[in-house]
Design a protein around this ligand. Structure first.
Ligand code: FES
Length: 104
């Protein structure tokens, strides 16, 4: 049976050739951060959301890039468990973690 999820958090884990001029989220530990976000949400008992790996979201310089739909809220996720916990509060239904909103 297909579930309807309340929200999706897509975290860019794109890895780019280091010789390319543009930076990438993988070089900022994005895969590990995405995994910790996913585990923290699960540990908090949030079952009606999905945290997914994503390819490049074209905000490479502001990464680790994360976008939360359906509201289209963009985060720069630090490699920091306190920051991850704050974003989990948002995913649980709280207000957005303003301190980690992506700066354009
Ligand atoms: S590499 Fe992550 S947004 Fe482009």
């Amino acid at each position: 049976m297909t579930e309807n999820f309340r929200l999706h958090a897509f975290v860019c884990t794109n890895q780019r050739d280091p010789k390319k001029p543009r930076e990438c989220c993988a070089s900022k530990n994005a895969l590990d951060v995405m995994t910790r976000l996913k585990r923290a949400a699960k540990a908090a008992g949030i079952n009606d959301i999905r945290v997914n790996k994503a390819g490049c979201l074209d905000r490479c310089e502001q990464g680790i890039s994360c976008v939360v739909y359906p509201n289209g809220i963009w985060y720069t996720i630090p490699d920091d468990d306190k920051a991850i916990a704050r974003i989990v509060e948002h995913l649980a239904g709280g207000k957005a973690a303003d301190e980690f909103l992506m700066v354009e």
